[in-house]
Ligand binder design. Structure first.
Ligand SMILES: [Cu+2]
Length: 382
């Protein structure tokens, strides 16, 4: 009996070994296949880049796969640095000067000149977390632009960076191949459009690979007031959401862009106005009973924002920034990557009311702030 059993066991073990060898072989050949596929893509890229340079069109062939600087070992490259913090993180958070969320005054006159300089800067995206950004002189996001319907907007982009950049305004109806063209290092370029469509819009660098340029901090918000004003608001705040994909923790030396994580949509940090949880340590104020208006832009580059204010209900939600109508009494509204929306809340009871993306992974990665209504005791539980 034992003899028979041990023979069977022997066969079973041998079978398992064979299976293991077969699996390993398959994995190996799959790896080889992946490697040759990658090599083929890189080859195609080199060829198409040369082709583009030769014909000067810059157009890419259909079905073109952009690897955008992905690393050779994507699995290792996906290591998360979320939550990295130095010992004095709390002090740093307290002394951090938050990005001004207040909507600036609307520009006067029939024409508005906007000067934008893009450059390489080292910024902080969380307490003690440094990032080598391609961004604006003032960091990311870029300055909030506030105009009104019907104004002519003259955009002058100066490239103070080290590679070509461009600026794409979602508020414009204009030929992108002309207006949103790449501007060489050290050069300036001006174009104009009339702000025909009210709402809140994203602007961003549109130079290829766009994913890398947006992920590196090249985005901002423009608010276009409608000719027929919205109902009066007592406070107006602008919130731009964005993800950060890091190749290191950014504590001892600045981190930079990680293409693998960006392709996997696997950020280390997600922020309101470029810095994790800055309005938790520096809440946005309101008085009880005031109408507070949020202009929200989801810069992405890839994640939506599911806007929600804990402890209240959105009284008016101008979904997608359509100011011709609003939804009433809604709890959470999606702002798509590359989109904007306007939300009004009126809160009577003093307290700390968190505003966040109810896609809670983003909250854990930093996309949360507090609206401080009145002078509440203690702190928020969220
Ligand atoms: Cu750029």
């Amino acid at each position: 009996m034992w003899k028979v059993l041990s023979v069977f066991l022997g066969i079973a073990v041998a079978g398992l070994l064979l299976t293991a060898v077969f699996v390993a072989e398959s994995a190996n050949s799959a790896k080889q296949d992946a490697k040759s596929a990658l090599a083929a893509v890189e080859n195609t890229e080199t060829q198409s880049a040369e082709g583009n340079a030769a014909d000067g069109t810059g157009a890419e062939p259909a079905g073109h796969v952009h690897n955008g600087g992905a690393s050779a070992d994507p699995v290792a490259a996906l290591q998360s640095y979320s939550g990295a913090a130095p010992e004095n993180a709390e002090e740093l958070a307290a002394s951090h000067e938050p990005f001004p969320a207040e909507l600036p005054p609307v520009a006067k006159g029939d024409e508005v000149d906007i000067d934008i300089t893009l450059k390489d800067v080292t910024i902080e995206i969380a307490p003690g977390v440094k990032y080598s950004a391609w961004s604006f002189a003032s960091g990311a996001p870029g300055p909030v632009i506030h105009v009104r319907e019907g104004q002519r907007i003259n955009i002058t982009l100066t490239n103070g960076g080290t590679i070509p950049h461009s600026i794409d305004f979602h508020a414009a109806r204009i030929a992108p191949n002309v207006a949103f063209r790449d501007v060489a290092v050290g050069e300036s370029f001006t174009y104009s459009f009339v702000a025909t469509d009210p709402g809140v819009f994203m602007y961003h660098c549109g130079t290829k690979p766009v994913l890398a340029h947006i992920a590196n901090g090249m985005y901002g918000a423009i608010v276009v007031d409608p000719a027929k004003p919205l109902p009066k608001a007592d406070r107006e705040y602008v919130l731009v959401s964005s993800e950060w994909y890091l190749n290191g923790p950014g504590l001892d030396e600045p981190a930079s862009y990680n293409a693998d994580k960006a392709h996997a949509m696997n950020p280390d940090w997600v922020t309101w106005n470029g810095y994790a949880a800055q309005y938790v340590t520096h809440p946005l104020p309101a008085d009880p009973g005031e109408v507070v208006r949020f202009y929200v832009v989801a810069a992405g580059p890839s994640l939506d924002t599911d806007f929600h204010v804990v402890g209240t209900i959105l009284d008016r939600a101008y979904v997608n920034g359509d100011v011709t109508q609003y939804q009433q009494g809604v709890q959470t509204v999606t702002v798509p990557a590359g989109g904007g929306a306007i939300f009004d809340v009126k809160i009577d009871e003093p307290g700390f009311y968190p505003f966040l993306s109810h896609s809670f992974a983003s909250v854990d990665l930093g996309q949360v702030g507090l609206l401080k209504v009145g002078d509440p005791e203690g702190s928020a539980s969220h």
